[in-house]
Design a protein. Structure first.
Length: 460
């Protein structure tokens, strides 16, 4: 029996015997493993490999393929085959596919669906893209309160499929309104003649169709659930949301935030699947903005050219000064953005954050200032470098400059995300490079202003 790595190597050589062999003979192979192999080879090879799979295997493997490969496959296979696969998908996997397809192509692919599935997709596409409605699985199991456990089990056996949503059974009234949820274990472990109503605890965590995907992530984490019901405004059960879809949402959001915080527009597809020109475009925008911002740094230094000409030694510490401010700002921004993402902080906490960061900035600035002061003193006393007869005043200048700039950096880094959130912008857009650039410019002003005050009449 070939290993998965050996099969992938064979696929790269155009040999599909290993893939077909493992699909036909090894019942324990998970469809995700097959999808991983197909996604790891060139498109033409993966397409040919997918086409050679038995029909049953195609249905199992397709949901695990990355969305770009799914779209490419549907584009080129026969219309009948594409229609068969799309109609057999679970409702949440089908919605994921149609959400990713845009424009006229979406309309073309919608024509491949059966009327019932098409209407369901169109209904859910009417909700905003960031809502849980776009993720729900409309295949769920329901029972009513008047049934006994034996009757409920028989009802489920006759009317519901064996799928990932059947771990929790939902109790509804005659109008389909949600009453409670019952884990399948309660039906198995209780006496058959016991009424369903006796199993209810009256506590049912729910999501609503217009709740955001981020809200769903928080609720799953807060209540440790693997599936949650989703209702509309009238409390009618519309579908369920499973933890695997929520994990995908969390991963996508974290990836997007990390990219933005690194000074890159969020990528629409994975890095390896993003075209060269698209990647350049995503990176160029922020680089241009930051480059223009850094021009202000040069402008600020030009404004203080007289001071630099009189005391060239001040220029030696410019990289030290601006990097300290930028680093402290990036630290603060990272902490606040993550805390806001985890719902640890809200806009109402701005005053708490400001007080905390001012104190933190003063403390951190004092620590760095002491290190800077000691460094100049040691270098002067040990004759490593001669800072001139006014070296002590220079050391004092560096000490107070670091305190001021680090405090300003932490304050800016913590407040910018909150301000962006206040005007309904993504806090992650306050990227580390952006914060560092802003602090660079203002840091120079702080540095040379303090230098002009302390060194007046000596070096300046």
């Amino acid at each position: 029996m070939f290993s998965l790595l050996e099969i992938t190597r064979k696929l790269l050589k155009g040999d599909f015997t290993g893939l077909l062999g493992i699909v036909k003979t090894n019942k324990e192979i998970h469809p995700a493993e097959v999808a991983k192999m197909l996604s790891g080879v060139p498109y033409k090879t993966s397409l040919k490999g997918f086409r050679m799979l038995p029909t049953e295997s195609q249905l199992k493997v397709f949901p695990y393929l990355d969305i770009l490969l799914q779209i490419k496959i549907i584009r080129v296979i026969t219309k009948d085959r594409a229609s068969f696969i799309l109609n057999k998908l679970s409702s949440d996997d089908r919605m994921t596919f149609y959400t990713a397809v845009k424009g006229l192509e979406r309309s073309h692919f919608l024509d491949l669906l059966e009327p019932k599935n098409r209407d369901a997709v169109l209904d859910l596409l009417g909700y905003p893209e960031n809502t849980v409605a776009r993720l729900i699985n409309t295949e769920f199991a329901t029972i009513t309160t008047e049934k006994t456990i034996a009757q409920a089990i028989e009802h489920l056996r006759r009317n519901h499929k064996d799928n990932e949503t059947a771990n929790v059974i939902y109790v509804v009234d005659q109008e389909g309104k949600l009453i409670d949820d019952v884990p399948i274990r309660k039906l198995v472990l209780n006496e058959p003649d016991k009424k369903v109503a006796d199993l209810l605890d009256g506590f049912c965590v729910t999501l609503h169709m217009r709740d955001t995907k981020e809200d769903a992530v928080v609720k799953f984490k807060e209540y440790d659930r693997v599936v949650l019901p989703v209702t509309n405004e009238e409390n009618i059960l519309m579908g369920v949301l499973t933890v695997d879809d929520v994990l995908d949402v969390a991963e996508q959001k974290d990836t997007r935030d990390i990219q933005k915080f690194g000074g890159v527009e969020g990528l629409d597809y994975p890095y390896v699947k993003t075209s060269f020109f698209s990647l350049v475009k995503k990176r160029a925008t922020w680089l241009i903005i930051l480059f223009v911002g850094e021009m202000l740094t040069a402008t600020a230094m030009g404004y203080f050219d007289a001071e630099i000409a009189k005391a060239v030694v001040l220029a030696l510490f410019v990289p030290l000064i601006i990097s300290s401010g930028g680093n402290s700002g990036s630290q603060a921004a990272t902490l606040i953005i993550r805390a806001m993402s985890l719902k640890e902080l809200t806009l109402k906490d701005w005053w708490f954050v400001m007080r905390r960061e001012i104190l933190s900035g003063l403390t951190l600035g004092f620590i760095l200032g002491v290190i800077g002061f000691v460094r100049i003193t040691l270098w002067q006393e040990l004759h490593f470098f001669d800072y001139g007869q006014h070296w002590f005043l220079l050391a004092v200048t560096i000490f107070f400059s670091l305190i001021g700039i680090v405090m300003w950096g932490t304050l800016s880094g913590s407040m910018i995300p909150i301000l962006l959130k206040r005007v309904n912008l993504d806090p992650a857009a306050s990227s580390a490079p952006l914060v560092a650039t802003l602090v660079d410019v203002t840091g120079l002003v702080i540095y040379f202003t303090i230098a002009a005050f302390i060194l007046k009449g000596t070096l300046l």
